[in-house]
Design a protein around this ligand. Structure first.
Ligand code: SF4
Length: 257
């Protein structure tokens, strides 16, 4: 199908549906002002460097799970971690995994196209789809669950948005998704052109009830002319304010001389 809808800065007058990615929903959740500045005014926060090692791990995991998908067999980790499911085959799977295309749903009420690219989809014995997200990191502690402190909430919301999208397309989707979490081992004797990983597969029980309401709020934000308030947890705006105040003070003192 390719991508549908309009990309770029939001235009209240256009009849074309506006594209909102999963990461834009996350940006809105974190800070309405940053979301509004980017989508309505075209002012983006500077990009951070991409995590290319993580992308390489994702790509290799996709290729590996595809081998078992073709054979219609369980991956050994599905057996090891007692996941009663197999990799799911669907003619659109490659599209659903493609960045900037992904699983797409046209929300006619809000005139938006919501989309997000999944890492993988498995299917259980009841025919329910299971959203799967691959993660890679390098921590000393073994990772067997999401962190309860809240800094993994972005991963929880990510999975819940994918579950919501697939349900919107009419699929039966399990509340239980899985994280395939690869943890790089940094305690080996040397590098020798190789990093070993220990991978754990663990479930997460999602609840996507919040998504509909968040999309309505997001649409209201797109339509507003006033700059919304900043989110609570970002340090950039206080930093920028202090810098600006100092610069103005410096300019004033220079002009008064
Ligand atoms: S607080 Fe952070 S996220 Fe919000 S507008 Fe400022 S820079 Fe953007």
């Amino acid at each position: 199908m390719g991508q549908i809808g309009y990309r770029g800065v939001y235009n209240k007058k256009t009849k074309n549906p506006f594209r909102i990615s999963r990461s834009k929903i996350e940006l809105f959740t974190e800070c309405q002002r940053c979301f509004w500045l980017e989508t309505v005014k075209g002012i983006k926060r500077p990009n951070t460097a991409p995590f290319l090692i993580n992308s390489a791990v994702d790509q290799l995991l996709k290729s590996e799970f595809d081998i078992y998908r073709k054979k219609d067999e369980q991956h050994p980790w599905q057996k090891e971690f007692k996941v009663d499911a197999k990799p799911y085959s669907h003619e659109k799977l490659d599209e659903w995994r493609e960045n900037f295309v992904g699983v797409q749903y046209e929300d006619k009420d809000n005139n938006l196209v919501l989309f997000g690219a999944v890492d993988d989809i498995w299917v259980n014995k009841d025919g329910e789809l299971i959203v799967v997200d691959y993660k890679a990191t390098a921590k000393t502690k073994e990772i067997t669950d999401l962190d309860p402190s809240g800094w993994h909430d972005v991963y929880r919301r990510q999975m819940e948005v994918y579950q919501w999208l697939l349900r919107r397309l009419g699929f039966k989707v399990s509340d239980t998704g899985y994280f395939v979490y690869a943890n790089g081992i940094a305690t080996n004797e040397g590098f020798y052109n190789k990093v070993e990983f220990r991978t754990n597969v663990f479930p997460y029980h999602g609840n996507s009830d919040w998504v509909d309401g968040r999309i309505k709020e997001l649409k209201t934000c797109l339509e507003q002319d006033e700059m919304p308030p900043v989110g609570a947890s970002c340090a950039y705006c206080p930093y920028a304010r202090q810098r600006t105040e100092l610069t103005l003070e410096f300019m004033r003192s220079r002009n008064s001389k």
